[in-house]
Design a protein around this ligand. Structure first.
Ligand code: IMP
Ligand code: MG
Length: 181
């Protein structure tokens, strides 16, 4: 067992609270300009549950995107300033001329989202909007904000609803704070 001693007792967002915020996000997203070429791209692995709930709700608003995923990994050296993002598995849909909606679990330093936006711009997307369930503004290093944000949180480490601690806890239907002891 390589995980540091910790516990999860502070539930920040219950399943009900997450679902009701998703309803609000879907209203925001579907209330914007309609696209005849919408592609939703989830950044793996953290976004899988969020994207699945978003697209089911969007379907009820008659929004029918193509869906794909990109697997990105960020590396951190001794200091955060050397953080760098790499593609582990790229998208397969053609986004040339498409309106892309990028989905991530959490916006932290901002490096992952900035990298993904640049990558999809290079691939010829017509427009790119970003949507993240959580945002930790206090941790930002790169100058980027998401177009749609579920909840802003303090600088705490959270798990559940797709977010992991060393690949554990992604399956939790709620989001909880990890307390290291
Ligand atoms: P960024 O590139 O620093 O913005 O990192 C974003 C990624 O870091 C997210 O997609 C998550 O995978 C991970 N991350 C950041 N904060 C947390 C957290 O509190 N819990 C779990 N993963 C996190
Ligand atoms: Mg992630």
């Amino acid at each position: 067992m390589s995980l540091k001693p910790h516990h999860l007792d502070n539930v920040l967002f219950t399943p009900e609270k997450i679902q009701s915020r998703i309803d609000g996000l879907v209203d925001e997203i579907s209330g914007g300009e309609k696209s005849d070429n919408l592609v939703m791209i989830g950044i793996l692995r953290g976004s899988f549950m969020f994207l699945a709930d978003l697209v089911r709700d969007l379907n009820a608003h008659d929004v029918h995107p193509r869906i794909d995923f990109i697997t990105l990994e960020s590396y951190y050296g001794g200091t955060e300033s050397v953080g760098k993002v790499e593609i582990r598995k790229d998208i397969e849909v053609d986004v040339t001329g498409a309106d892309v909606l990028l989905i991530d679990d959490i916006l932290d330093t901002g490096r992952t989202l900035q990298f993904a936006v640049q990558h999809l711009t290079d691939k010829g997307a017509r427009s790119i909007k970003t949507c993240t369930l959580l945002d930790k503004p206090a941790r930002r290093i790169v100058d980027i904000e998401a177009d749609h944000v579920g909840f802003a949180i303090d600088d705490v480490f959270v798990v559940g609803y797709g977010l992991d601690y060393d690949s554990y806890y992604r399956e939790l239907p709620f989001i909880a704070e990890v307390t290291f002891i």
